[in-house]
Design a binder for this molecule. Structure first.
Ligand code: NAD
Ligand code: MG
Length: 380
């Protein structure tokens, strides 16, 4: 039996991870953590019988304790709960599927406790990659990517030990607004941006996909995971989402991973790496594919990508500023407080106005986040 813990169990990645557990039947779940959906979390606790569950708010934890009084499960709350779930002694693998830089501390704690990390929570690597990657190396802990593009790159690198990456081709679907002009984006409402053409995902990443911020976060994520420079990463819009990303080697060979857009594959690959297990679902049929197309991203209209490249070039806490400003701006957009085009405006302004720190530790990363939030609250 493989033993895993999941942070973000009730979300898009979390529920798909549990679906794999359900199908494969040889994984035991020892801890689950979620934000606020205690009804679903209760169902999951009853089905998977973890020893520990965590929910963010203490009020909800109290209610969940009452609801699960007949079970042998410990219920915790807050950061203490997340840290306990991340370090639950029985688990070998931690699936980090919470959203946002809230994942930094639990991910670090899990690495310190020797857990293999199946990483979906890209915001953590974007903001703290300079701390997490050396720590994982020091503790000899693998960080296995769950993000589909990074899983594709990782799969393309198998058997290539010692062969340097010349270039990464990071594919992007282009999101729901590909081809639209700035004028057309002015009136975008949350419900328009929440419709992604190829993937069903959580709300925040769906908005990020529409602004190209998600691709920006993924460029930074790729830099840390694969130790490449930003100018070795070429973002290519590929609307069919069939080529999930590729690696070009020194001799010009390009190795890619292809498949239907289905997150079960990268999740399952991370859980069983290096083994491949059978996976139900629609298969790629080349005869069904009329064509595969590629375009340059429209970086004039969608500023998210350019700002991410700038953030990683400036380094220090600038990727944190980029990410924190985006997290706050997206939450405000979803709450109907700001317009769609104000998202990149807020990120850009915060990148100019927030105090630069060259080598931020975790404390300073969290201070930067607080400074960014303060600035946004005072201005918008
Ligand atoms: P989601 O919104 O569907 O789920 C987020 C999960 O985090 C939920 O279980 C929620 O309860 C939990 N959560 C939120 N706030 C919390 C808190 N304060 N304490 C504890 N738990 C909390 O998001 P998602 O789409 O599953 O994405 C999760 C992560 O995976 C993100 O970083 C995202 O960028 C990344 N990712 C997702 C996909 C995808 O297909 N959904 C693909 C690639 C990467
Ligand atoms: Mg992705």
């Amino acid at each position: 039996m493989k033993k895993i813990a999941i942070l973000g169990a009730t979300g898009s990645i979390g529920t798909q991870t549990l679906e794999i557990v359900r199908r494969q039947k040889d994984i035991q779940v020892t801890a689950l953590a979620a934000g606020s959906n205690i009804s679903l979390l209760e169902d999951q606790i009853r089905e998977f019988q973890p020893v520990l569950a965590a929910v963010w708010e203490e009020e909800k934890a109290k209610e969940l304790r009452i609801r699960t009084a007949d079970l042998n499960v410990k219920i915790l709350s807050g950061m203490e709960g997340l840290l306990a779930a991340a370090t639950e002694p029985g688990a070998e693998i931690l699936v980090t599927a919470i959203v946002g830089m809230l994942g930094i501390r639990p991910t670090i704690a899990a690495i310190q406790n020797g857990k293999v990390i199946a990483l979906a929570n890209k915001e953590t690597l974007v903001t703290a990659g300079h701390i997490i990657m050396p720590l994982a190396k020091e503790r000899n802990v693998p960080i296995l990517p769950v993000d589909s593009e990074h899983s594709a790159i990782f799969q393309s690198l198998q058997g290539e030990r010692g062969n340097a990456i010349h270039k990464i081709i990071l594919t992007a679907s282009g999101g729901p607004f590909r081809g639209k002009t700035i004028g057309e984006l002015q009136s975008i409402r949350p419900e328009d941006a929440l419709k992604h053409p190829n993937w069903a995902m959580g709300r925040k990443i769906t908005i990020d996909s529409s602004t190209l911020v998600n691709k920006g976060l993924e460029v930074i994520e790729a830099k840390w995971l694969f130790d490449v420079e930003p100018d070795q990463i070429q973002v290519t819009v590929h609307p069919q989402s069939v080529i999930h990303s590729a690696v070009e080697f020194e001799d010009g060979a390009v190795i890619a991973q292809l498949g239907t857009p289905d997150m079960h594959l990268p999740i399952q690959y991370a859980l069983y790496y290096p083994k491949r297990r059978s996976l139900k679902g629609k298969r790629l049929d080349l005869f069904d594919l009329k064509s595969l197309t590629f375009e340059r991203p429209d970086t004039k209209t969608f500023r998210g990508l350019v700002l991410a490249f700038e953030a990683i070039k400036r380094g220090g806490n600038v990727p944190t500023i980029f990410n924190a400003a985006n997290e706050k701006a997206v939450a405000m957009f979803l709450a109907g407080k700001i317009g769609y085009l104000t998202i990149p405006e807020i990120i850009e302004e915060c990148m100019e106005q927030t105090r630069f720190r060259a080598h931020p530790d975790v404390e300073e990363i969290l201070e930067t986040e607080a400074e960014v939030y303060e600035l946004i609250e005072s201005r918008w």
